[in-house]
Design a protein around this ligand. Structure first.
Ligand code: AQP
Length: 323
């Protein structure tokens, strides 16, 4: 049973990409040694509204439960509830190189699109490395877009271990074969993202089912059916991730886009509808969700504190004499 850690930012309403690339694989691999985190500190790297962040943090935690993560199996918590994340992040910032951080694709993409580029947007992967390393994580189930950040985490962990002695377990990314990169329905050259405002190309998990159907119907495709065309390939990959069928076999089943889009709509509805039903029940009881998060934070902190202590000692910080 591998020690697993993964997180998701409360930066907007979660998408079908978040479900197929992350949340569903999390549910499939959940075990007593799995940690799943709403990474609210990461959400501060881009402009945000404080009340919105608080609301979206609770909503995302509720969504974790709605997709089937079980707090009696793994540990569910909010990143900022465990202060060890920010403390270890500083040690990671001092271990990662400026050039490494600057080369990250996500930094380049997001900084090009923003008027205000925070220092936190650059150092985001150092905080992510801290998130992962605090739990002696072996496996990080993520979508393909996060592969580079996990690689950086590995490099930083190895560098720290070789400079200061064995401190961290070196983790590896686990990326699913299907659903790992769901693309925007209007611009299939970009991944479907929760913080993007191209709403016509983004399927939200809690979106009205009629609206989901409309967006799939209007998804960009060519006039003639070609399973290799990016829009068609994206629809086939979504269908495959939802049904579990092989994408190449599915591709051969169609000669036109109409029936493909109808089947994608049906498959997406079948996946999303039960999540929406469960979400409606749980969101009526935020106190229970808050209790689950408190229990999760306590459990996570026990592990995180031990790792941070080891890292502080090994890096050479003087131990505080509290006696
Ligand atoms: N389109 C996608 N296809 C497959 N997987 C995806 N993930 C995100 N988008 C897709 C996976 O979802 C998890 C959430 O990661 P995150 O919240 O830390 O941020 P992200 O990867 O940057 O996701 P978003 O939706 O694009 O958020 P914003 O817009 O805030 O940047 C990760 O495991 C990711 O791989």
């Amino acid at each position: 049973m591998a020690r697993v850690f993964s997180g998701m930012q409360p930066t907007g309403d979660a998408t079908l990409g978040n479900l197929l690339g992350a949340l569903r694989p999390w549910v499939d691999t959940q075990n007593a040694d799995a940690y799943y985190c709403v990474v609210d500190l990461h959400a501060l790297t881009v402009p945000h509204d404080p009340a919105g962040l608080r609301r979206q943090t609770l909503e995302l935690a509720t969504l974790f439960l709605s997709v089937g993560l079980d707090p009696d199996i793994g540990t569910l918590f909010v990143q900022s509830h465990v202060h060890e994340h920010t403390e270890l992040a500083w040690l990671m910032e001092c271990t990662a190189a400026f050039g490494e951080l600057r080369r990250m694709t996500q930094f380049k993409d997001k900084s090009e699109r923003s008027d205000f580029v925070s220092a936190g947007l650059l150092t985001y992967p150092a905080l992510m490395a801290a998130d992962i390393l605090l739990y002696d994580t072996e496996e990080v189930p993520v979508g393909d877009d996060q592969r580079q950040h996990v690689e950086l985490t590995r490099d930083v962990a190895e560098r720290f271990n070789s400079r200061y002695g064995q401190t961290f377990t070196v983790p590896k990314a686990v990326i699913g074969r299907v659903g790992a990169r769901v693309m925007d329905l209007q611009d299939p050259s970009r991944k479907m993202s929760k913080s993007d405002d191209t709403s016509a190309g983004t399927l939200l998990l809690l979106e009205d089912l009629g609206s989901i159907a409309k967006k799939i119907k209007r998804a960009v495709t060519d006039t003639n059916y070609d399973p290799k065309q990016p829009g068609a390939a994206n629809l086939l990959s979504i269908l495959s991730a939802c049904t579990g069928d092989d994408p190449d076999t599915l591709a051969a089943n169609y000669t036109q886009y109409g029936p493909l889009k109808a089947d994608v709509t049906e498959a997406v509805t079948a996946v999303v509808e039960p999540v929406q039903r469960r979400y409606a029940e749980l969101s009526a009881d935020p106190a229970t969700v808050a209790k689950i998060l408190e229990r999760g934070a306590e459990k996570a902190q026990t592990v995180a504190a031990a790792t941070l202590d080891r890292a502080r000692r090994n890096v050479g910080l003087l131990v505080r004499d509290e006696g």
